[in-house]
Design a protein around this ligand. Structure first.
Ligand code: FAD
Length: 404
């Protein structure tokens, strides 16, 4: 029986290895990753790892005892260089060839770089790996001046963490609005108002024109003409899927590795999961690549199910959370700008919940520290809830423009 080989020992790869045993895979499992450590979860990297007084140990998806108990072989610190679909083998950087029966690609993404900042050497950082989080932790000291390029989730999470540590933080964003790719302006404002109240400066429609570094200081001139002098720059401008390996093997790739409802690629023996996989969501009838913890969990489980000939889980509604300051923001589904918004609680405060309705159906949810109420409303999605005005009123929601 040829093994299941998993390429990428991050969240989805580690979880898939564990799930394969759970669903009854009896053969060998080989998990190959280029990082030197065990598979770990990334959400703490922009939060607890930066702010806790004593750095927490990584939150491992699978630890040494589990690897041994589940008889999973973990090959760490090895890049997979190529895949030969015809012969069913992968080739590692050290020239080793491994044959597979089934192959799972869980290669994640690479943060987009800004080459113009390379002149800053160690004073420019990116945040995706544990060692990058540790370097950032060491660099953000009380009173440090931090410039964050990109007001996406990672940029704003780091801004909140750095501010908590006393850093002076400026965020620049090229778009007219922070979080513009994922949130309507009303919700994005609720998040950034909290940042601004904590003294974080957020500048939109902004870019860097000139960067000068002397031994004494960094000078960055912005498009608006303002010059700032940060001690450190963090770039958080999104990432690109690590799909080159799949593309050069001949698999169908289109902004990520294209998979079906069973996480299967254009080759029936090859699966793709997590941040790198482009899949269709039946609730929204669209194809997307989701970069979230929950998606890594669910796709890992579904690929393991498919390999073990089990039916897939019922497709769920995409879910994401982000912790910034004392708040947990939760997002489910799609927050479409054209949606009618119904609300519970006070906008911008704990317990606030906004329900996005399109053509009388619930399409998205946004909550601030909304805990149980969020989960309750989320369950309505699963039944494809029709959300007329009366049903929503009955559930305690009011239209956003209606007087309370
Ligand atoms: P990864 O966990 O990135 O794993 C991919 C692995 O594959 C990496 O180890 C990579 O080095 C390896 N690899 C790539 N190519 C090769 C190769 N050729 N050979 C060998 N190995 C290879 N999500 C939320 O829902 N909420 C949050 O609050 C949140 N916070 C986040 C904070 C940060 C700082 C980051 C970076 C992500 C956060 N996420 C959050 C997103 C979530 O962590 C990711 O969606 C999840 O890690 C995706 O898992 P993955 O296995 O697809 O990719």
């Amino acid at each position: 029986n040829l093994p299941v080989v998993i390429v990428g020992a991050g969240h989805a790869g580690g979880r898939c290895a564990e799930r394969l045993r759970h669903f009854g895979w009896q053969g060998n499992i080989i998990l190959v990753g280029d990082e030197p450590c065990l598979p770990y979860e990334r959400p703490p990297l922009s939060k607890a790892v930066l702010v806790e007084e004593v750095e927490p140990s990584p939150s491992f998806v699978i630890d040494r005892d589990m690897l041994a108990a589940l008889a999973i072989e973990h090959v760490a610190g090895q890049v997979v260089r190529s895949i030969d679909l015809r012969n069913g083998t992968v080739c590692l950087a050290d020239e080793r060839q491994i044959g597979y029966g089934k192959l799972v690609l869980a290669t994640g993404l690479t943060p987009r770089r800004l080459p113009m900042l390379d002149v800053l050497g160690s004073r420019v950082c990116y945040l995706h790996k544990l060692e990058e989080a540790r370097a950032l932790r060491d660099a953000i000291k009380t009173g440090a001046k931090l410039l964050i390029v990109g007001a996406g989730f990672i940029g704003l999470e780091v801004a909140a963490s750095a501010r908590k540590l006393g850093a002076e933080v400026t965020v620049i964003e090229a778009a007219p609005q922070p979080l513009g790719r994922v949130l309507p302006a009303r919700m994005a404002n609720l998040i950034t108002e909290r940042h601004e109240s904590a003294g974080i400066k957020i500048l939109c429609n902004e870019a860097m024109d000139e960067i000068v570094q002397t031994p004494e200081r960094i000078s960055i001139t912005l498009r608006s003409g303002e010059t700032i002098h940060p001690d450190l720059v963090l770039v958080g401008i999104g990432g690109t899927p690590n799909d080159a390996l799949a593309r050069s093997a001949g698999l169908h790739v289109d902004n990520g590795i294209v998979v079906d409802d069973h996480c299967r690629t254009s080759d029936p023996d090859v699966y793709a999961i997590g941040d790198v996989a482009s899949h269709r969501n039946p609730h929204y009838d669209r194809r997307w690549r989701l970069e979230s913890w929950m998606n890594a969990e669910e796709m890992a489980s579904n690929a393991a199910r498919a390999i073990c000939n089990q039916p897939p889980n019922e497709a769920s509604v995409p879910y994401f959370w982000t912790d910034q300051f004392e708040r947990r923001y939760q997002i489910a589904g799609l927050l479409e700008p054209k949606a009618e918004i119904y609300e519970q609680g006070v906008a911008g405060e704990s317990g606030y919940l906004a329900c996005f309705v399109v053509d009388g159906r619930m399409r998205g949810l946004f909550g601030i520290n909304a805990g149980k109420a969020f989960r309750k409303a989320q369950n309505l999605f699963r039944g494809g809830a029709v959300a007329g005005r009366d049903e929503l009123r009955g559930a305690g929601f009011l239209a956003a423009c209606e007087p309370a």
